[in-house]
Ligand binder design. Structure first.
Ligand code: CO
Length: 144
């Protein structure tokens, strides 16, 4: 059911320092910081040849990553995102298997303007999983 690894999200305490680390030490192509106020994060996109890393930093009062950063002050891996072709079919399949789909099981529009849901980490080896519906075939402009 899951397709490509779309991205790995890492919450960082200092976005500028983290972007410099990926650019200068790891030699990766990094974007400028992109504020996504409706998602409560500022993101730096790290483009790899086969996937992306998203460096996330809390933005605004009600950031979904603020608690994570409070518990992990040096930062850490927050979630991994897999692509699915049909998010409603994926939700139905997972719910039938007893997995917990967060947010009442309803997809929301995610940071890439595509439908996403998150799955409970306790059901998936301690990893917060994001599923993103991606229609492959017209995918050239899907990132960011
Ligand atoms: Co994500």
């Amino acid at each position: 059911m899951i397709g490509r690894l779309n991205h790995v999200a890492i919450v960082v305490p200092d976005l500028t320092a983290a972007a410099a680390l990926y650019k200068d030490q790891l030699g990766a192509a990094v974007s400028e910081p992109v504020p996504l106020p409706e998602h409560g994060v500022t993101t730096v996109f790290v483009e790899l040849s086969n996937s992306k890393i998203e460096l996330l930093h809390p933005l605004g009062e009600d950031s979904p990553v603020a608690n994570f950063l409070a518990k992990n002050p040096v930062g850490g891996m927050h979630h991994i995102c897999y692509e699915v072709a049909d998010i409603h079919a994926a939700i139905e399949h997972l719910t039938n298997q007893g997995a917990r789909v967060l947010g009442g099981g309803e997809p929301k529009i995610g940071a890439h303007n595509l439908p996403v849901v998150f799955l409970h980490p306790k059901d998936f080896c301690g990893t917060l999983i994001e599923l993103e519906e991606v229609q492959r075939g017209d995918c050239a402009s899907r990132s960011a």
